[in-house]
Design a protein around this ligand. Structure first.
Ligand code: FMN
Length: 164
């Protein structure tokens, strides 16, 4: 699978088969995230791959489909996020890029999932025993899809970019 094919293949999937993600597969996905670029090469992003069913069940109290995934990635950083000259928070962007890398690597492995912004991060932080200084940027479920998910309509690509 090429990167372009993985990009086309990726979609938000919220229904998973019972198949567990093998440890070596999960490791490859996590390693892909570590290769993402980071501002000033700080590499301050951290990922917890939650595979404990009891914890995942609790994460599912926010949105039921989360609780059905065999794995939930929690991407965070510890401390402050420096605001870059462009006005954006460096570590939040770093975490987002890292997660995008992991998601595309997952697609290569036949795994899909869904980015989760709709959670109360304070409860997630406590559930995982993270310090108060930890800033959770996003969660993302991972699993082998159960059946087909209709693809969401995308805007006509040319309306989303310009070449100048
Ligand atoms: C930052 C972000 C937060 C999201 N949060 C949620 C969420 O909390 N729950 C959910 O079911 N989907 C969530 N999604 C998935 C979007 O609904 C989905 O990406 C969008 O509908 C486009 O569909 P696609 O991913 O299949 O292309 C989120 C996506 C992004 C990028």
């Amino acid at each position: 699978m090429t990167v372009y094919e993985a990009i086309e293949e990726r979609q938000s999937v919220r229904a998973f088969s019972d198949r567990k993600i093998p440890a070596d597969t999960l490791e490859r996905i996590l390693r892909a995230g570590t290769q993402a670029p980071t501002a000033r090469n700080e590499q301050a992003h951290r990922t917890i791959a939650v595979t404990d069913p009891a914890i995942i069940k609790q994460l599912g109290s926010a949105q039921a489909h989360i609780g059905t995934a065999p794995c939930v990635l929690v991407v965070y950083f510890d401390g402050d996020s420096r605001t870059m000259a462009c006005g954006q928070p460096a570590r939040v962007l770093d975490c987002s890029i890292c997660l995008s890398y992991m998601v595309l690597a997952a697609v290569e492995e036949g795994i899909q999932g869904c980015w989760i912004g709709g959670v109360e991060v304070e409860s997630v932080r406590k559930l995982l025993g993270l310090p108060e200084s930890a800033v959770i940027v996003a969660l993302h479920t991972l699993g082998y899809p159960a059946g087909d998910t209709p693809r969401r309509e995308k805007k006509e690509p040319s309306t989303l970019y310009d070449i100048v």
